[in-house]
Write a protein that binds this ligand. Structure first.
Ligand code: ADP
Ligand code: ASP
Ligand code: MG
Length: 443
């Protein structure tokens, strides 16, 4: 079925708890959760528990932790230069093996537990994607094979992170893409629940590895989760949240490190539920979370003539090179000249800088092009920001009290982001976490 036609209206009201019997459930296990044979055995025991409780289980595993990095590292040793489409194709061919191995190991572990199980690579399902190697988008998922196996009483394992394009080439969905595979499978199958098992026990006010005082959120609205993911919280890949919103997939983030044999209803209620109803959040804090991102770099085109078409000439050339731009700022002009700055992903930085230095700046008569990779972006997110004033200024005050200089600012209805020097990132996140009372238990 194409995902475009699989809108699951019955999901709109969210999942019922305790989980109804004979539900169709998708479990996703991240790399750390699949990180050793011992952990895979634990995953198998947990999955078998759910299946024995009468549910139909589709499991989407990530590669064992470190494996994707290891594989891509080997490729880099052989081809450190800039990427080409041909090389990207092979990177996908390579990286997809990580999930193929972990999926087969999980099937073997389930069989050893006495639970019938079969694993499929993306191309076997098939999960059809476009041809954008290393960042492909899912277009459709054929659920027939999965349904037949479920009907035969098997647990079905589908590799995360990968698919196949229209010409039969293996593709991958971008780092962290197994989340997206899981939610897309859940959407295509109209699953009752998609449970994302990871190495933390839910979505926190900020990354608990950076701020130990961070608190787990019992619920987080879909819109907030979307902003947090897009601003850098890697607990869910952004596309998985987009899918969940579009198809109203009941989505929960929870820990794979609880004992596998805990009560199933207790487990089903743990972690963080992504909600689609805003009023559930009405009583909660104005700012729900803080996200940060070290993956961007800043480029400034200095001393460009301030005349119509400048932004288009600079950013048009960047867009044509298929480079995404995030924050943009143009300074006030002085003596008819202005400075134009924007951020790109660090992976695209060298390419963007070369392009601007070699082609765009000379054509515009710009003075120089300056690059800075030592920046980071810190964002506050909360749907309460819609109805409260002064939130951004409170953010700026907290940063100024720490002596942190703000280089760029961007806002949306429910988010304010700043670009600052990378070395102040943790300080900024901690200061903001405190300033917005996120260390305090919710009222
Ligand atoms: P997995 O391998 O299970 O997909 P990831 O490493 O991709 O796990 O994502 C989980 C990690 O996300 C956590 O270990 C945590 O460090 C990080 N993280 C970042 N922001 C948050 C947040 N707001 N809440 C919870 N975890 C977060
Ligand atoms: N294994 C892939 C990665 O490391 C996908 C994932 O874990 O979600 O990015
Ligand atoms: Mg992940």
């Amino acid at each position: 079925m194409t995902l475009q036609t699989s809108v699951a209206a019955e999901h709109a009201s969210g999942a019922a708890y305790p989980v109804s019997s004979m539900a169709l459930i998708v479990h996703k296990y991240g790399g750390t959760s699949m990180g050793s044979t011992e952990r895979i055995r634990n995953v198998a025991k947990r999955v078998a528990k759910w299946a024995r409780a009468g549910h139909q289980l589709v499991v989407v595993p990530s590669a064992m932790s470190g494996e994707t990095n290891r594989l891509l590292g080997l490729a880099k040793e052989l081809a450190p230069a800039k990427s080409s489409d041909a090389t990207n194709r092979e990177l996908d061919m390579l990286a997809a093996t990580g999930e193929q191995a972990s999926s087969a190991l999980l099937a073997i572990a389930l069989q050893a537990e006495g639970m019938g199980s079969v694993s499929y690579a993306g191309w076997q399902v098939p999960i059809l994607t476009n041809s954008a190697y290393t960042k492909a988008r899912i277009q459709s998922i054929d659920d027939q094979r999965i349904r037949a196996d479920l009907a035969a009483g098997k647990v079905v394992i589908v590799t995360g992170f990968q698919g196949i394009d229209g010409e039969g080439h293996i593709t991958t969905l971008g780092r962290g893409g197994s989340d997206t595979s899981a939610v897309a499978v859940a959407a295509a199958m109209k699953a009752d629940e998609c449970l994302i098992y990871t190495d933390v026990d839910g979505v926190y006010t900020t990354d608990p590895r950076v701020v130990p005082e961070a608190r787990r959120l019992h619920t987080v609205s879909f819109e907030e989760m979307l902003e947090m993911a897009s601003m850098g919280s890697k607990v869910l890949q952004i596309r998985s949240v987009e899918f969940a919103g579009k198809y109203k997939v009941p989505l929960r983030v929870l820990s794979s490190f609880t004992p596998w044999d805990i009560d199933i209803n207790e487990e089903a209620r743990s972690g963080t539920l992504i909600t689609f109803e805003e009023d559930e959040k009405m009583e909660q804090a104005v700012v729900s979370g803080i996200a940060f991102n070290r993956d961007e770099a800043k480029i400034s085109v200095v001393g460009v003539p301030d005349k119509p078409g400048i932004a288009y000439q600079i950013l048009g050339a960047v867009a044509e090179a298929n480079i995404e731009v995030d924050m943009i700022i143009q300074n006030i002009s002085k003596d008819g000249k202005t400075d134009f700055s924007f951020t790109v992903n660090r992976n695209d930085f060298a390419r963007a800088l070369d392009l601007l230095k070699d082609k765009v700046a000379p054509a515009l008569g710009a003075k120089e092009v300056i690059g800075d990779t030592k920046i980071c972006k810190v964002s506050i997110v909360g749907i309460g920001m819609r109805s409260h004033v002064g939130i951004a200024s409170k953010m700026f005050r907290a940063l100024s009290e720490e002596g942190i200089n703000i280089q760029m600012i961007s806002t949306s209805e429910i988010k304010t982001s700043v670009v600052i020097d990378e070395k102040y990132m943790e300080l900024a996140v901690r200061a903001l976490h405190k300033a917005f009372d996120l260390d305090q238990p919710a009222a």
